[in-house]
Design a protein around this ligand. Sequence first.
Ligand code: SF4
Length: 367
Amino acid sequence: GEAAGAAWPLGERRKSRQIMVGGVPVGGDAPVSVQSMTTTLTADVNSTLQQIAELTASGCQIVRVAVPSQDDAEALPAIARKSPIPVIADIHFQPKYVFAAIEAGCAAVRVNPGNIKKFDDKVGEIARAAKDAGVPIRIGVNAGSLDKRLLEKYGKATPEALVESALWECSLFEEHDFRDIKISVKHNDPVVMIEAYRQLAAACDYPLHLGVTEAGPAFQGTIKSSVAFGALLAQGIGDTIRVSLSAPPVEEVKVGTQILESLGLKQRGLEIVSCPSCGRAQVDVYTLAEEVTAGLKGFPVPLRVAVMGCVVNGPGEAREADLGVASGNGKGQIFVKGKVVKTVPEAQIVETLIEEAMRIAEEMGLE
Ligand code: SF4
């Protein structure tokens, strides 16, 4: 990974307070992180974990899952426990799911201010539960679900309306002495979105989650997000990003990562990523990941290595990784860019990975 506190290549970075989303710092001098959101039914634990495996292998650092029903809420403990990256529960209407998510061990909860009013006196309870568990809250304002009162006041979702809504929501939590917050003010128009984030950045010191809503299909969405995030990040605004595309979430991560790399905000080094190991896992992926990390320590070129728990889906899920291993039956399938190149006994996995890593480095001309 990249060093914390890496220099901001373009002028000065806005000073935000830092929160912890699980093990990932957001804000302050933490590197800007890349997030995405699963598209599986959250209640389908295995499919969700498999998609999280794909996202992790493509460099996603934080993942959000939607929690629209009781079945989804019940799936959260297993997902939160097994996901190798922090899980944020996305909750729109039901306060009881917020409590369920905190209890489930989710790293953060996202709530929607257009609906949070319905929480009424639950805000205090949510603040207490979140504080006790050390769980931050994302206040997620969306143009599409803006509070009626503000829509009437401003006529439409203007930057001012989005910002007023976000700050008002924050004040509901601040009244309960809760400030472990990050904010998003999303709009589908980059011009409105950029202005909203600029105003918000000036008005508070909370870390900001950048996003353009309904950004559209891959091509259009990539451009909208790149332009909007680029404008803000170049000004030092933004602590974590999520590119929204009507495309598989792995594409969102690729675009987000490229945006950060383009601005010199992310340097790729050696990155070892492991799958969450769902019901298919035939190996202790965490131990294997540690061995691989130790084996490749100090490797000199940018390389993403995926450690996957099974040979059924592992290579496919990790196709965005440069190199990887999928284990099962005492053997390890070694794969490059998602294609199996070799199968070796478990004891030879680490040395084979090092060999393949050297080969990739040579091909990149970086050796
Ligand atoms: Fe994917 Fe296999 Fe890991 Fe399950 S065990 S998350 S299917 S790689």
